[in-house]
Design a protein around this ligand. Sequence first.
Ligand code: SF4
Length: 177
Amino acid sequence: MNREALEERLAGFPLYAYDFIEPGELEFSHRIRWICQHECPMYGKSWACPPGVGSVEVCQGKCLSYENCLMIATITQVADISDIQQTLATRPEHEAITNQVRDVMEELGAKPYVLSTEACALCERCTILDGRTCRFPEKMRPCVESHGINVMPILESRGLEFQFGSNVVTWISLLFY
Ligand code: SF4
């Protein structure tokens, strides 16, 4: 895929930031997986979440099988970031932008593997709850944290802030290609 052509198209998106990462730069952490297991209500409830998504090592292997990774970030101001409903209400817009960027990458000849912010909500009831295989393995999209990825070191290495203030929500997606 032609990176210059992609960057021309990215200029048309309301991104706070984007950058290209070598997958080997990413930190894969069992500590992030531990947080999924102990603090996320979606743990075990979706094929897009641990443990269904595979071990940290399996996820890492998948990410490292790609040569490149595009990171995109969006930010949105909310009235009260401690209100989880307000915060989550900003997510669909980021997901829509992620889908559009994926479409652009596909137009340019890539077939990106996308990690975003969702636990996959394509089906009303995830088949993992009934012990069956995923209905749409090609479409389902795990979140970045499900793969044990700690994005903070990458953001810091690029001089990007994650917390802008008390009421600014930041969403990150990674598109491996
Ligand atoms: S596509 Fe359906 S079955 Fe697959 S992870 Fe998403 S919700 Fe679950």
